[in-house]
Design a protein around this ligand. Structure first.
Ligand SMILES: Cc1cc2nc3c(=O)[nH]c(=O)nc-3n(C[C@H](O)[C@H](O)[C@H](O)COP(=O)(O)O)c2cc1C
Length: 232
């Protein structure tokens, strides 16, 4: 069984290859995903950064065929949801995340050798700042980082994935009795692809997506290798 340390050691030199070879998998075989693979992926997703270390992401892990069939009905009838042996619903609560906030701040104080006397004022300042932001955008910003870590953690362990936004959030909330203040952010199907090589659909070039110092001045990559985005 691979430990997180072993996996992390193996991952470092292959990050570029991992990212360039990941594809959104259109169809899955039924081979089950081992529990330890799921554990490692969730543990690595939990390492994602977040504002104030708030960690608002939550994951509902579905393996049961009836549960996945119910999700498929709430998700545009996407076949990959019942084909894949594992589908994870990434969601977050507008208010619910706050239940852990003080504990999170106290843990940081403990780990950094502080007495924790200022936790209450840090908490109030953070809640004041976050309270002025659009809640759905704030939650999305954070959950998608953890979701991306999760997706790449499965891919790093040799599994195929498919991220999905095609769902009816209200229907997903109702079907799985998610807390009322939940935002459903994205779905991730995980399993083995039926066909090994979905073609790379291409990407904008780095000079189209990045600017140097001012908008309109494209970032010019220094080597041919970094100019060729989208052709692993
Ligand atoms: C947030 C997100 C939502 C997506 N939603 C769906 C979806 O609902 N159904 C689907 O078939 N593909 C979905 N995709 C897959 C994209 O179509 C795919 O990632 C994109 O075409 C690029 O292909 P690639 O991932 O193989 O590079 C989604 C991708 C992302 C990142």
């Amino acid at each position: 069984m691979k430990t997180i340390e072993m996996l992390t050691g193996e991952l470092a030199p292959t990050f570029g290859a991992l990212v360039r070879h990941r594809r959104a998998t259109p169809h899955f075989r039924a081979d089950p995903v081992p529990a330890e693979v799921i554990d490692i992926a969730l543990t690595l997703a939990a390492e994602a950064p977040s504002g104030f270390n708030s960690q608002p992401w939550r994951f509902l892990v579905l393996q049961n065929p009836d549960q996945r069939a119910a999700l498929r009905r709430a998700a545009l009838d996407q076949a990959k949801i019942t084909e894949a042996p594992l589908v994870i619903i990434a969601f977050a609560q507008r208010e619910g995340w706050k239940a852990h906030f003080e504990e999170i701040l106290r843990e940081k104080a403990r780990r950094t050798g502080q007495d924790g006397k200022n936790v209450e004022s840090i908490k109030n300042g953070a809640l004041d700042f976050i309270g002025k932001l659009p809640a759905a955008a704030w939650l999305n910003r954070h959950v998608m980082i953890a979701f991306t870590y999760l997706m790449l953690a499965f891919e790093a362990q040799g599994w195929d994935t498919a991220p999905m936004e095609g769902f009816d959030a209200d229907a997903v909330r109702r079907t799985f009795s998610l807390p009322k203040d939940s935002e459903v952010i994205a779905l991730l199907a995980v399993g083995r692809a039926t066909t090994p090589d979905t073609p790379h659909p291409g990407r904008l070039s780095v000079s189209e997506i990045a600017f140097a110092e001012r908008i309109g001045e494209p970032w010019i990559p220094s080597t041919a290798e970094t100019r060729s985005a989208g052709s692993p």
